[in-house]
Design a binder for this molecule. Structure first.
Ligand SMILES: [Zn+2]
Length: 419
């Protein structure tokens, strides 16, 4: 667990400190006549804190707990909240009644009555303290950074960047989904079954990445589900390089589809989606270090925007021969949009890539993994030889060359993904 935010610590101290302060006051008898009032104030203050801390936080918390597979404690159940609020309202009422009773008494009788209140009130404060600490721990103590993606997801999606120069109308708004963890491969169809159904097929795992960036920053930016840390990325690339894997030229996949030219065992493709600037700063240096090839799926209309690659960076990386820049539409539009839009998106990106001497061989990736029949036909007509989805799998079949699966990689060792 990460260290809690300063705000959270203050709130928890407030919860715990108030009963403590009242306890200290109890030790001096001259304050005893204040107790009914304190009970009253206590009910209001803690009521407000409880509502803001717990009640308001529930939808957000549930998202966080779901993501972390934590069982949500029953006390945040609406009934439990109602009971706590009734308890606090009861305090206000009792405080009010006691105050009235106290006001009616005079002199020694008043003092005597106030002394009798001490014990029950201390019990109530102690209960408040315990309640407060538990609430605090379970709500605001939840790291703020952890809450942030959930909050963003709950209330709004990430703000799309402004567009420079040529203007795509819909820049990517990436869905927030949890970072993938390795799972045992489920095989509805065996390789030979796939081969006879959609073949010829080849086993060619295509790693899928989005952001390579510091995970703390990713959390801050609401990109946790799409980010692999530079250190993890380095160790994953190191694993490929030291375990006999080779990144093949994407042309070899095209040749396999066209003529069945065999792809050697332990071949992989590495793909990056969306053309974020962290590819240039965090991924490309590592790929160069291990001399690994990759495919970068680029929404061409977003090039040059804040957070995205620039054409000069793209040209520099293209010149290295290590990166193939490929079509990912113009503005990262889902491919189940209207035909005219799909056509504009694919053909514009196709043209812009060609204008920069890129896009050879022609390979495509569907934004958000949205496959559409019109898009497939269009891609075929434009000479695209392969198109990747976000479906999970490592077997690439000729008859499915325009709906190819990939392997989504998160912050886990590659051995966990079957490498
Ligand atoms: Zn994308």
């Amino acid at each position: 667990m990460r260290f809690p935010s300063k705000h959270a610590v203050i709130v928890v101290l407030l919860w715990a400190f108030a009963p403590l302060a009242w306890f200290l006051m109890w030790r001096d008898k001259k304050y005893h006549s204040w107790f009914p009032k304190l009970l009253w104030i206590n009910g209001i203050i803690f009521g407000v804190i409880f509502i803001t801390q717990s009640f308001m936080a529930i939808p957000r918390l549930n998202t966080v707990y779901d993501a972390l597979h934590i069982h949500v404690p029953s006390y945040v159940h609406p009934t439990a909240i109602l009971l706590v609020l009734l308890f606090l309202a009861g305090q206000i009422l009792v405080g009010q009644l006691l105050q009235q009773k106290l006001n009616r008494k005079k002199g020694d009788a008043q003092k005597h009555f106030a002394d009798k209140l001490v014990f029950p009130i201390i019990i109530i404060f102690a209960l408040d303290g315990i309640l407060g600490i538990i609430t605090g721990l379970l709500t605001t103590l939840t790291p703020a950074a952890l809450l942030q993606p959930a909050v963003k997801h709950f209330f709004s999606l990430p703000t799309p960047p402004a567009i420079i120069s040529v203007v795509p109308t819909t820049p990517p708004v990436l869905p927030l989904y949890p970072s993938p963890t390795p799972v045992k491969t489920q095989k509805p169809l065996s390789f030979s079954e796939m081969n006879s159904k959609y073949g010829p097929c080849t086993r060619l795992p295509t790693l899928m990445y989005h952001h390579i960036e510091d995970l703390t920053l990713a959390k801050k930016l609401g990109q946790s589900g799409l980010a692999v840390s530079p250190a993890y990325f380095d160790s994953q690339m190191n694993y490929l390089a030291t375990h006999g894997y080779q990144t093949i030229d994407p042309q070899k996949l095209v040749s396999f589809f066209q003529s069945g030219a065999a792809i050697s065992a332990k071949s992989v493709l590495i793909s990056f989606d969306d053309g974020y600037d962290d590819f240039y700063t965090n991924a490309y240096p590592t790929l160069k270090k291990y001399n690994l090839k990759s495919i970068l799926f680029l929404p061409t209309g977003l090039v040059g925007n804040p957070g995205y690659l620039t054409w000069s960076e793209i040209e520099e990386m293209h010149a290295s021969g290590l990166v193939l820049f490929a079509n990912h539409t113009w503005s990262h539009k889902p491919m189940n949009a209207k035909d005219a839009e799909v056509e504009m998106e694919i053909t514009t990106a196709d043209r812009e890539l060609s204008e920069h001497g890129l896009n050879n061989p022609k390979i495509f990736a569907y934004p958000y993994g949205t496959v559409g029949q019109f898009a497939q036909t269009l891609l075929k007509n434009l000479g695209y030889k392969a198109a990747f989805t976000t479906h999970s799998g490592s077997v690439l079949c000729t008859q499915m060359s325009l709906t190819l699966p990939r392997v989504r990689i998160g912050n886990e060792p590659l051995s966990g993904y079957g490498f």
